[in-house]
Design a protein around this ligand. Structure first.
Ligand code: AMP
Ligand code: GLY
Length: 435
């Protein structure tokens, strides 16, 4: 089977890599992909947000499955266009992707399905925001309703800062915000494959969302991740499947908008029990990089089964006992104004560290003529986005996986780049749970 992966990030690189290692897959294609994905897949310069173009490409390639990575194409209806063309697609419809695209919608579905989550109020005026802030008290949690690449959420003790963020969100056209009760406790990401009716969970991972060591700095898309979570309570996955994933999938089916794809359950393990912090309608980035690094079963068949409503028939997934840690190398300025175009070197050395593979996110190949620094006009790998690389280390323990990842990160040269130095540190020392 040939498969088309839609997207450009390290998550899509991880998907393309894992699919290309599946003996049932004869060829992987990517639209548009990136220079790292090009080592595993044939790239096609197609706009990932253009459903008709993606469906045409899938048809002309004769692929047996399309896997849509990022949220923006899903919310734009790319999966609908591919499905309408009669091609199996792993990814929810635009209607179902609203579980991620609108936090207010997600709250409504969770309420209808009885899924445990933070109490919340949807607000369209600053007065409503102020009332909700006072109702819940500090710390304040204010979320932009729409897609914001992980940057629409402010958690703060400062009421004025919470109001200011809400004001900025409300100033946008159709602006709405969700004000929530604060959830304490460590966070877990659990991806659940869904076929509209049945569900198959993957293994939990933990993401590090803040830009700086010690969970300081701004929220980002994610600066690193690890799996497994030795501190997670036994039975967590089963509990989330029964209390979160199944009721949500049933509610979406009841509404006539079945959910097919990955239900990303972002959870807080609070003193009062498991609560959903957020849903996403896709694989998480960078958690996918560590989850797939641990998957021992072939991936293509299970994604196809989900796309075709056959998850009940798939064999249970097998997982390696190994641990995986990924560290994101980000551009100068990320998550603010990022600088791009800086040369990246050292990837060959990084990739030869035992247990390591390097996944590309925001990279590009530059072939500039008449560059005095590059007289032979060799193709030059340069940064081309906020998160540039995801360096994955696999080892027998989290400590070994982490060591491998950081040895490799030290081989990478990218001017002005930054990365966190404490990904999976506390857990690998067994000292504390990462919140
Ligand atoms: P979201 O985009 O909803 O995942 O929020 C991004 C991050 O903000 C989460 O991963 C949490 O770290 C934090 N966050 C979101 N909602 C809450 C909440 N109700 N209580 C505490 N932290 C939250
Ligand atoms: N790692 C967080 C996300 O993918 O949204």
């Amino acid at each position: 089977m040939e498969i088309l992966v839609v997207g450009t990030g390290a998550r899509e690189h991880a998907l393309a890599r894992t699919l290309s290692l599946d003996p049932a897959v004869t060829r992987v294609h990517a639209a548009p992909g990136n220079p790292g994905i090009a080592q595993r897949a044939t790239l096609h310069a197609v706009d990932p947000l253009d459903g008709a173009a993606v469906a045409d490409l899938a048809r002309s390639l004769g692929v047996g499955l399309v896997v849509v990575g990022p949220e923006a194409p899903l919310v734009a209806g790319v999966a609908d266009a591919v499905r309408a063309a009669g091609i199996p697609v792993f990814g929810p419809s635009a209607q179902a992707a609203r579980l991620e695209g609108s936090k207010a919608f997600a709250k409504e579905v969770m309420a209808a399905a009885g899924v445990p989550t933070a109490a919340a109020r949807v607000a369209t005026t600053l007065d409503e925001v102020a009332a909700a802030l006072d109702e819940f008290g500090a710390p304040h949690v204010v979320k932009e309703d729409g897609l914001a690449a992980g940057k629409g959420v402010v958690v703060t003790d400062d009421r004025d800062a919470a109001l200011a963020h809400a004001g900025a969100c409300l100033a946008k056209e159709g602006g709405r915000v969700v004000v929530e009760e604060y959830l304490d406790g460590p966070e877990v990401s659990l991806f659940v494959l869904c076929d509209g009716t049945d569900v198959v969970p993957l293994v939990p991972a933990q993401d590090f969302k803040r830009a700086l060591d010690g969970d300081q700095g701004a929220n980002t898309g994610g600066m690193g991740a690890y799996s497994p979570l030795p501190w997670a309570p036994e039975g967590l996955v089963d509990e989330v499947v029964e209390t979160v994933a199944r009721p949500t999938v049933a509610e979406m089916a009841r509404r006539g908008t079945p959910f097919i794809g990955v239900l990303y359950c972002g959870l807080a393990l609070t003193s009062r029990g498991v609560r959903v912090v957020e849903f996403n309608a896709r694989f998480g980035d960078p958690e996918t990089q560590v989850v797939l690094a641990r998957l021992a079963s072939p991936l293509a068949g299970v994604l196809l089964a989900a796309a075709q409503g056959r998850l009940a028939q798939v064999e249970p997934l097998h997982w390696r006992a190994d641990a995986a840690v990924t560290v994101v190398v980000a551009s100068h300025g990320y998550p603010g104004q990022v600088r791009t175009g800086d040369p990246i070197t050292g990837l060959d050395a990084a990739g030869t560290v035992p247990g390591v593979h390097v996944l590309h996110a925001g990279t590009a190949v530059r072939t500039t003529e008449d560059d005095p620094e590059n007289p032979l006009n060799d193709p030059l790998l340069v940064s081309d986005g906020g998160r540039v690389l995801s360096v994955v280390g696999v080892g027998e323990t989290l400590a070994a996986a982490r060591r491998a990842a950081y040895v490799a990160v030290d081989q990478v040269n990218l001017a002005g780049s930054h990365h966190r130095t404490d990904i999976a540190l506390a857990v690998s020392e067994g000292t504390e749970v990462q919140a």
